[in-house]
Design a protein around this ligand. Sequence first.
Ligand code: AMP
Length: 544
Amino acid sequence: MAELTKVFGIDLGTTYSAVAQIDEFDRAVIVPNDINEPTTPSAAYFESPGHVVVGIEAKNMAEIEPENVVQFVKRFMGRKDEFFFEYDGKQYAPEEISAVILKALVEKAQQNVNAEIKDVVITVPAYFDDAQRTATKNAGAMAGLNVLDIVNEPIAAALSYGVQAGGREETILVYDLGGGTFDVSVIRVDADGVKILVTGGNHELGGKDWDDRLISYIAATFETENGVNPLTDPHAHQELRTKAEATKKRLSQKMKDPFTFSFAGSHTRIEITREKFEEITADLLDLSIRVTKETLDELERKIANRKIDRILLVGGSSRMPMVKARVDQEFGLAADVHDPDECVAKGAAIWAVKRKIDNLAQQVGYNTQTGEGNQQAFNQALEKEIETVRNRDFYLGLPGKSGVNVSSHTYGILAIDNGVEIVAPMLTKNTEIPFVYESGERQFGTAFANQSTIELVLMEADGDSLDPAQCKEIGRGHVELPPGVPKGSEVKIWFNYSADGTMALRAREVSTNRECEVNIVRSGVLGIGEVKEAGKELAVLEAR
Ligand code: AMP
């Protein structure tokens, strides 16, 4: 195994996760888990103190001990205040659960590879903010992994679909319908790299909603036939969920599937047709199309007349035939759907090799992004690394490729405008990052004469509303002023959003030259000390 390929890609999904690597033929492939399956349910079952089971066994235990099973934790990454899971007197943060899942994923995959799974790239949705990315990175560290990078899922998907930067210029729509979320991104591939132009989506829409519809339909039919509703019993509900998901998947292959179910001494056999399934879920598909159109409208506002050249269908739920049929019809292009639930992990493995090459370049003093430095030394070092590989072009095509993202949120500061408190935007959603903002001439000023302090409050807006009540405070600082500063005295503001997701905000009162830097506190993620402590605890936890 070449040194460069001793790296792994991990798709840490809401419902399923997968690990990938580059094989001896220099192709990205999935590393199967301990039961030889390509994906593993992102479910953790706390079996006993010190022992956690991850995967299908855990998913099944949700039927028997729902209180000891955690699923869909990705929805809470970077939002630890909204998440609650306690076991054996200990409360867990979302990133700790993700760390447990990662640890078990690696353990399961390790049985099927020769190299140690240590250096990894983990994927995140393009809309994840810096708190969510930090939480994901920390989850990797707590699981004992060396996280080389965090990469956006649509970029990873495009890479595994063979999209090569520096090759053909293309604008690609990535429609990603997973288990719990729906993400749409438009990406641009050109000589400079792969760039996300706009992102959109609905984070409450996914395969689980299709399952829920099927569950309701089966339960209602069961009740009509037998006079009892299985949904009144939590265990029967869980059993229905497992069986309904399996039927849904079979309906992607077959036109009908018989469903048998027993509850409270009654038995029912229901013939479920694909047609019926599509009818009871039609509005869910409509919603995904509406969201896609809204994202394309946003693209049009940003870049007029930008034609879509290709559509990639990603996410396990894209396997439902209704998805491709409808997307093709709505957008007039034949969408590509190859391995929708594996392509993100594979793309992450490709990105991991790219990061290794970048590191190699750095070691010999060459910058693959800018082309500055000692290119000859880099070429020699890379040649040496790929001496024995079968597909040299794969490696030679990777350096220099960059993955530019856009901000998934709007950021602004609290200000008073005509007596009303507002959020004055500095960086609007879907603006390319890294990004630097500097306030204009006399744009901000003190609100009244003799003001003793200027409060600087950094706000994050999730949606379009800039109403402070709808936004979230993520940082605060203040400038102390001496007496005598007149009303409207100019305050300069700088805001910096770097490519790695870190932010900095500074303010300076011009007449006194006093300034402050805002301490940006992300309450939704564990602090550095907590991550270290949790990492130690996890090291001795058995996660399988
Ligand atoms: P992902 O998060 O991308 O792995 O997607 C997981 C979702 O895809 C779950 O809701 C699965 O039930 C769904 N899924 C996986 N395979 C199929 C299939 N063959 N047909 C329909 N849905 C599927």
